[in-house]
Design a protein around this ligand. Sequence first.
Ligand SMILES: [Zn+2]
Length: 321
Amino acid sequence: MRALVLHKPGELKLEQIPIPSCGSKEVLIELKTSCICNGSDPAILAGAHWETFPIVFGHEACGTIVACGDQVTQFQIGDRVAWWFTVGAFAEYVSVTPEHVAMVKLPETISDDEGPLFELAGAAIRAVEAAKIKAGDKVLIVGLGPSGLIMSQLAKNLGASTVIGWDLYGMRRELGLQLGCDGVFDNGACSVREAVINQFGEMDVVIDAYADDLLPGSPTLNDAIAVIRQGGTLISYGHPQQGRMIDIFDFQKKQVIMRGPVNDMQLVRLYFQKAVDYAVEGKLKLAPLISGRVSLDHVMDGLELVMNHPETNLKILVDIQ
Ligand SMILES: [Zn+2]
């Protein structure tokens, strides 16, 4: 089969390799469309987050089960599935052990193009669920990239009365409004602290969903903490290699509760299914996030777009077949 193999950081090659075997606890999945991850793929390519090589590159995929181990009970041949999290998305086939991941069946109403974006939805809902949003809460999403644009919709579905977002790029802010944000702010151009407090008051929940801090001056997270109410919740989701800076005094003074995304796999499976249900009901829209597509032999071109042109690119699909 054709597969894009990462031999070591920076060394990516399209090769012919054997179709993976399907063990008794595994399913073999034929992939049709995958997706470039805007955060982790560039990071893994650069040498972060991953230690064992070679690997088949990519992790956002969906496909149809074509072989099923005899100990697999939840899935069968013919099921179209998405899952969080394994590598191996940029190849014609991948074998996955369902008990090691959160795997969901995708109904027919979900297109092959939307399919791979469910990996992202399954990951993003872990952050929004960790916030334990209550009816009427005001939620700020810092960073309206692909994850933030999914989180903004999920926060509304989970009961938030007001959801607002910050982003440096106009295309992302515009899409945030289209997908249901009550307000969006350009944190590169205005004093977001004052603008948010004046228009929406203090926030109950802030979700940090941005990648690198691109702004000079005060770290972005300080502005986020400045608009959280006393005792509010900060969910940390974005994880730049250089870490995050915060004003710890402001954090302590406000008694901010900080949490990471849910990582208990049993819960992740439940939440992931909830995300699929929202999409089926039309309450989670993923197709608007697709901004382009490349073939398997042009993944580097797609990576270049998401890394160097975030102002015009969101999700880039990879056509496998
Ligand atoms: Zn990803």
